[in-house]
Design a protein around this ligand. Sequence first.
Ligand SMILES: [Zn+2]
Length: 154
Amino acid sequence: MMAPLERLTSVESLRSWTDQIPFHYEYTAGVAGERFLRGFKDGRILASACEECGKRYVPPKMYCTDCFVEIRKYEEVGPAATVAALAESYVDFEGKALARPRTFAFVTFKGATGGLIHYASGKGLGVGSAVAPRFREKGKRTGTVLDIEEFVVR
Ligand SMILES: [Zn+2]
């Protein structure tokens, strides 16, 4: 507690004051999320794997939704992935307008629950297409989902 700097002279001054509260936000992805993002830096897509039932989650979850146990194990999935859904978007990942629309895909990985939404392209791209991630050059990766440039038809 800070000591009062001035003596109160009336009850009025107790009711309000003018000041500024400096705020600084830093988003953290959580334990499972951090592992996931660090994996991208190594060119890997990680799932968390429940040691009770073997269920694997992408993106990783810290708890198994079936067994309600904490998950500590991580396993690599892919790089082979399958397009489960597609959408055209006029905004990029950060919500900035794009001159030309880009295709986003929801891709899934064999043996894993969930999936990733990312840019996708390639000849014959459609629902059911077999795709694989194309990672940025190793030195340019920063531990975000954008370490993957896009998923490309194999
Ligand atoms: Zn489980």
